[in-house]
Ligand binder design. Structure first.
Ligand code: UTP
Length: 290
């Protein structure tokens, strides 16, 4: 029987260069989709998938993330005093969402290195890792879909989606055999291949379920491009020793760490909102787009 997944790690120590200048002094994980920071969406996804303990890997200039999941005493006091009960409850709920801890990655030495910082927190358990700038809009939470497959196969699972055409070159790509509809046993993976060399149209997206042996694999990983320790390289090492699966997520994924992806996600999420959607749709209809 597979051990239950109840811990999740959120690497959030990257520099966010694709979103400068907004990310010069503010974390990209705090960019709001409508009115909620990116990282709150993915923490909520993890909690809805059964996670109760969260570790956020932060770096310099990331204290806004810690403040966001903390109690904001003055704000809560003010909202209560003014009788804004609903807002008060909304703000309070953020600080009660899960047990949240933090650790720092002192240098941005890559995603593999960021995940390595979670070793003490994770101990000898399987765990999830979620990248907050990959937002997945789905009926069943993306991580839940992955945990179901993890529990069935008792092996690490990564998230994948189909990408048409040349855009595949912007992703890690898997070479895999489909073992049941939408579930793949991975043979190999390659980071950002040329279109002609891509082994499939299945891109890796920012959701992972790891077993604790990933840490030894990261230890054994040599720094790659830019001196960074890539998680893809660590996974390739581990894959030689144990089966590794991918699941095609049922839902729509947005790359909210990219300016265009962020704009698209903002429009999509705003249109779905009960309090804003109708007026926003009306406004969009007035735009003279040709
Ligand atoms: P990205 O490459 O998308 O993030 O890394 P980045 O480096 O912040 O952004 P760009 O590409 O320069 O715009 C994927 C995830 O890994 C984390 C990032 O915070 C992001 O969630 N990461 C990356 C770390 O935590 N540490 C690192 O050293 C690198």
């Amino acid at each position: 029987m597979a051990n239950k997944i109840h811990k999740a790690v959120f690497p959030a120590a990257g520099l966010g260069t694709r979103f400068l200048p907004a990310t010069k002094a503010s974390p990209k994980e705090m960019l709001p989709l409508v009115d909620k920071p990116l990282i709150q969406y993915s923490v909520e996804e993890a909690v809805a998938s059964g996670v109760d303990s969260v570790l956020i890997i932060t770096g310099r200039d990331k204290s806004a993330i810690e403040n966001h999941f903390d109690i904001s005493f003055e704000l809560e006091h003010l909202l209560k005093q003014k009788g804004k009960t609903e807002m008060f409850e909304q703000v309070r709920a953020i600080s009660e969402i899960a047990k949240v801890s933090y650790t720092r990655q002192k240098e941005a030495l890559g995603l593999g290195h960021a995940i390595l910082q979670a070793r003490d927190f994770v101990g000898n358990e399987p765990f999830a890792a979620l990248l907050a700038d990959d937002i997945v809009d789905s009926e069943v939470p993306a991580l839940r879909q992955m945990i179901d497959i993890y529990e069935k196969y008792d092996a690490p699972v990564i998230a994948t989606m189909q990408v048409e055409g040349e855009a595949i070159s912007r992703f890690g790509v898997i070479d895999a055999d489909e073992v049941e509809p939408g579930v793949y046993k991975i043979k190999d993976m390659v980071e950002k291949p040329a279109f002609a060399d891509a082994p499939s149209d299945l891109a890796i997206i920012g959701r992972y379920i790891f077993t604790p042996d990933i840490f030894e694999a990261i230890d054994a990983t040599e720094p790659g491009a830019g001196g960074e320790i890539q998680i893809t390289d660590a996974m390739r090492i581990l894959m030689r020793e144990r089966p590794f699966y991918a699941v095609k997520l049922d839902g729509v994924r947005h790359d909210a760490g990219d300016k265009l992806g962020f704009l698209i996600a903002t429009v999509e999420y705003a249109l779905k909102r009960g309090d804003l959607g109708r007026e926003f749709r009306e406004y969009l209809r007035t735009l003279q787009l040709d």
